[in-house]
Design a binder for this molecule. Structure first.
Ligand SMILES: CC/C=C\C/C=C\C[C@@H](O)/C=C/C=C/C=C\[C@@H](O)CCCC(=O)O
Ligand SMILES: [Zn+2]
Length: 611
């Protein structure tokens, strides 16, 4: 992928905030469901940093710009849009006003494309209620530019305000604090403000037939009415998670913490949009067993949203820290054994990701080189799990949580509201622990730039795995001529985490025979299971055994849910099974238009339909 004109400071952005920086964003947009576009204007407060600069450089992708105005003189300003470079979009250069004292307000009038990669438009049929359309955004990593002209780099943090016009029978939500709403006939204008500076990738919008339920003193959950009661039950522990996170990280600065449960096509388990975390409905297990994803998104309120990776080559600073804090929340809400069990279970996902990428792949490094590489192509569990493993290792090097957690608080306090890179973290760590001789043993180069699995795996408490390992061994070694040694009584007291681990380990082993698959199905009654993590592993166990009975349920499920964590591996498993490969490709082609952009983009590559 070409990389001409992209910034030397951020290989995923054309912008040059070191010369001229955006300092505030005001969005005045109308949502047009008929044309599937947003149109209106964005007003940018701009500050000249480099006295010799003559133009503001922005990122734009498939935007139709009608005019650019200097808000102070109302004079039109010249602008140039470069030829787009595939998924990076275009460089938008706007001449700076001749007058002014190095600060300006520039209004850009535009509309975006119906194919904007940062938005998904759903027809009523694709929603739970079947009556109203639905719109939601996903800007991380670099899709904000497909919805507004901006400096689409996490190095730039701004406050933002928005006035959104939409059909009056729909609710508009954003990653901001809502203020007044004015209804006028068939339309209404909703107003929002976000006073905590944040990067453009955290701007978020959702418009749909939504209801809310209060789930805590600073939290509501939002969803379509068909699932709102299930959502209120599933996420009832949110305030407890939030308070626990504050004990670890310090005050929550964003005001409210709402959750929006999206339609099943949403590509991720959660997205940490400030004030309004987006989550997938695949978390609705009915027993709150998947609420750790909410703990993850809550942790992002500090790691990622308050302290932000300066560009996505340092994505591990967002995600590795967040997984590390998520597990500290889990330890306080359950036990340190559960914290370690979680880390131990996810090791197998890290192993699978490293095997898939190739153990010498540069994308298995903690700090990656994204020149000419789109972040969506670089995304994997590596920054999450290799990142948290590194932090867990550092915690042990300095003597454990009693030493490391005060450091963590100091780190948050020092870098809050800033965008940093790995060197900033390394220097801060080495200065804070300068008196600890043990830190001299840290091989930073291997941890940060080595490929493959982490150089050290912490000695996790695996007591919660022992019983499952025994059951797994009995089941796998069972001679089918005899009665199955594993009975319902052995598994009925297993927690969801243990069942997920057990199935993950069975999947990691040799393919099962048909009798064993049928016995497993009888033991766990998978057709009735609501836990998406259990269902995902059960389908993979069947596909790995080339069990034809698992093909149709797999195709049905990946046409219902869009979560990449499930859809990509299942499509890869179908593709790897030559006999059903064409069925998988056909199914993708039939359904790709109802997928989020990032899912269709990545699965198309997984199926070798695009390079
Ligand atoms: C080294 C990777 C560099 C950059 C990747 C950054 C963004 C990739 C883009 O595809 C967006 C990712 C958004 C992820 C959102 C939520 C995840 O934390 C959870 C994903 C797993 C799940 O579904 O639970
Ligand atoms: Zn995350």
């Amino acid at each position: 992928m070409g990389a001409e004109g992209l910034s030397p400071r951020d290989p995923s952005s054309y912008s040059r905030p070191e010369d001229v920086a955006v300092t505030n964003i005001f969005l005045n947009l109308t949502v047009d469901f008929d044309k599937k576009i947003l149109h209106g204007n964005v007003d940018l407060d701009v500050s000249k940093i480099n006295k010799n600069a003559t133009e503001l450089i922005l990122d734009a992708k498939d935007l139709k710009i009608s005019k650019v105005i200097d808000d102070n003189t109302k004079q039109e300003l010249k602008f140039v849009i470069s030829q787009p470079q595939e998924e990076f979009g275009s460089k938008l250069s706007v001449e700076l006003p001749k007058q002014g004292n190095d600060t300006y307000k520039i209004s850009i009038f535009y509309e975006n494309s119906p194919n904007a990669s940062g938005l998904q438009w759903l027809t009523p049929e694709q929603t739970a209620g079947k009556k109203h359309p639905y719109l939601f955004s996903q800007f991380q990593a670099i899709h904000a530019r497909s919805v507004l002209p901006c400096q689409d780099t996490p190095e730039v943090k701004t406050k933002y305000q928005a006035t959104i016009s939409a059909p009056s029978n729909l609710t508009v939500l954003m990653s901001a604090i809502p203020s007044k709403t004015e209804v006028s006939g068939a339309f209404k204008r909703s107003h929002f403000s976000q006073d905590v500076p944040m990067p453009a990738y955290l701007i978020a919008i959702a418009v749909g037939a939504l209801e809310s339920r209060k789930i805590g003193p600073r939290s509501h959950v939002w969803a379509e009415k068909e699932i709102i009661e299930d959502c209120a039950y599933e996420f009832a522990e949110t305030e407890h998670q939030l308070k626990t996170a504050e004990e670890i990280c310090g005050p929550y600065v964003w005001g409210i913490y709402d959750l929006l449960v999206l339609p099943p096509s949403f590509a991720f388990g959660g997205m940490e949009n400030p004030c309004l975390t987006f989550v997938t409905p695949t978390l609705l297990a009915g027993d709150r067993s998947l609420a750790n994803v909410v703990a993850h998104e809550i942790a992002h309120s500090w790691t990622g949203n308050l302290i932000t990776n300066r560009n996505f080559e340092h994505f591990w600073l967002n995600e590795g820290f967040t997984v590390f804090v998520e597990r500290k929340i889990k330890a306080r809400l359950t036990s340190p054994a559960h914290q370690d069990f979680d880390a131990y279970c996810r090791l197998s996902e890290l192993k699978e990701a490293v095997k898939l990428l190739g153990e010498n792949s540069p994308l298995t490094k903690l700090v990656v080189d994204l020149k000419g590489v789109h972040p969506d192509d670089a995304f994997s569990v590596v920054p999450y799990e290799k990142g948290q493993t590194f932090l867990r290792y550092l915690e042990e090097v300095v003597g454990g949580p009693a030493q490391f957690e005060p450091f963590l608080r100091e780190y948050f306090n020092t870098f809050k509201y800033k965008s940093i890179d790995t060197n900033d973290f390394k220097s801060f760590f080495e200065k804070y622990f300068a008196n600890k001789a043990a830190i001299k043993s840290v091989d930073w180069n291997t941890w940060l730039y080595g490929t493959g699995m982490p150089p050290v795996i912490p000695n996790y408490n695996t007591s919660l795995a022992t019983n499952c390992d025994k059951l797994m061994k009995q089941f796998v070694e069972w001679d089918e001529k005899a009665a199955c040694p594993v009975e319902t009584t052995h598994i009925k007291n297993l927690g969801a985490d243990e069942i997920i681990y057990l199935l993950q380990e069975i999947w990691s082993g040799k393919p099962l025979s048909i009798p064993k698959l049928e016995q497993l199905d009888k033991l766990f009654e998978f057709s009735k299971v609501k836990n998406s993590e259990v269902k995902f592993r059960w389908l993979r166990i069947g596909l790995k055994a080339h069990w034809m009975k698992s093909v149709e349920p797999t195709l049905k499920w990946i046409n219902e849910v869009g979560r990449m964590k499930f859809v990509r591996p299942l499509y890869r498993d179908l593709y790897a099974w030559e006999e059903v490969r064409s069925k998988a490709i056909e199914n993708f082609k039939l359904n790709k238009n109802s997928m989020m952009h990032v899912v269709a983009y990545t699965v198309s590559k997984d199926l070798h339909l695009t390079s």
